[in-house]
Ligand binder design. Structure first.
Ligand SMILES: Cc1cc2nc3c(=O)[nH]c(=O)nc-3n(C[C@H](O)[C@H](O)[C@H](O)COP(=O)(O)OP(=O)(O)OC[C@H]3O[C@@H](n4cnc5c(N)ncnc54)[C@H](O)[C@@H]3O)c2cc1C
Length: 215
């Protein structure tokens, strides 16, 4: 097989991508993580997390991001500030198009997350994370015994292909061999940090098995 730049390219530096990077690096794969903004994803904008195991008092989203990125650095995972513009995933060599060229890999983990759909009403941005929430599972316990207005019901009202989420099998594998999806970007019943990191770990291990079987 033709030589590739990397074994695995991880797209997205949120919890899923950072966990995938950790597992890929510990498996001694030649990996790179591409993040268009700062590592952390949605977590970086989350005021307070109290449902992630290991932190009995809870902690702020940015603090958890800091801990995750410190751990990634300890394993020398290269995190590059680049936005993926295009992908050619059709053959065994995956081509990832960037602003300044392209790179190749044997496997790709897509961990590009999701963004909440906004209503566009006054105060929505101003009170984001301070009374305006986009995730009932995450924040409903903070509003216990208070009067709450709930708008929409995306979690229960649709399946999710129509919403653009990537359908995977139970191994985080997509319909394309060598391409895996992890975290909020995939069709999953729960979009939380704990599930995103689980997906990231699984996707990295499955990418490792896929590459081993190519040889
Ligand atoms: C307000 C709020 C509160 C929340 N509260 C909680 C909570 O209390 N507990 C909890 O467990 N979860 C909570 N969540 C959900 C949690 O943050 C997400 O489930 C988790 O961040 C998903 O991780 P991810 O890595 O899949 O995706 P994301 O965090 O969305 O990260 C995806 C990353 O991919 C990058 N990216 C996207 N496209 C590209 C591209 N083309 N090229 C390069 N990079 C790209 C993005 O910049 C982003 O950094 C909350 C979310 C929000 C918005």
């Amino acid at each position: 097989m033709e030589k590739t730049d990397y074994d695995v390219v991880i797209i997205g530096g949120g919890p899923a991508g950072l966990a995938a990077g950790l597992f890929a690096a510990r498996a001694r794969l030649n990996v790179v993580l591409l993040e268009r903004l700062m590592p952390g994803g949605q977590l970086a904008t989350t005021d307070w997390i109290e449902n992630y195991p290991g932190f009995p008092e809870g902690l702020s989203g940015p603090d958890l991001v800091m801990k995750m990125t410190e751990q990634a650095k300890r394993f020398n995972i290269p995190i590059e500030s680049k936005e993926v513009q295009s992908m050619d995933l059709s053959g065994p060599i995956k081509k990832i198009g960037l602003d300044d060229g392209s790179i190749t890999a044997k496997a790709v983990i897509i961990a590009t997350g999701a963004s909440p759909k906004k209503l566009g009403v006054p105060g929505e941005d101003q009170f984001y994370g301070k009374g305006v929430s986009f995730c009932g599972t995450c924040d409903a316990p903070f509003y216990r015994d208070l009067v709450v207005a709930a708008v929409g019901g995306g979690d229960t009202a649709v399946k999710r292909n129509e919403w653009g989420f990537i359908v995977t099998d139970q191994h985080c594998g997509t319909s394309i061999p060598g391409v895996f999806a992890a975290g909020d970007v995939r069709d999953t019943p729960l979009r939380q940090v704990v599930t995103a990191v689980g997906d990231g770990a699984l996707a990295a291990v499955e990418a490792e098995h896929y590459i081993e079987n190519m040889k």
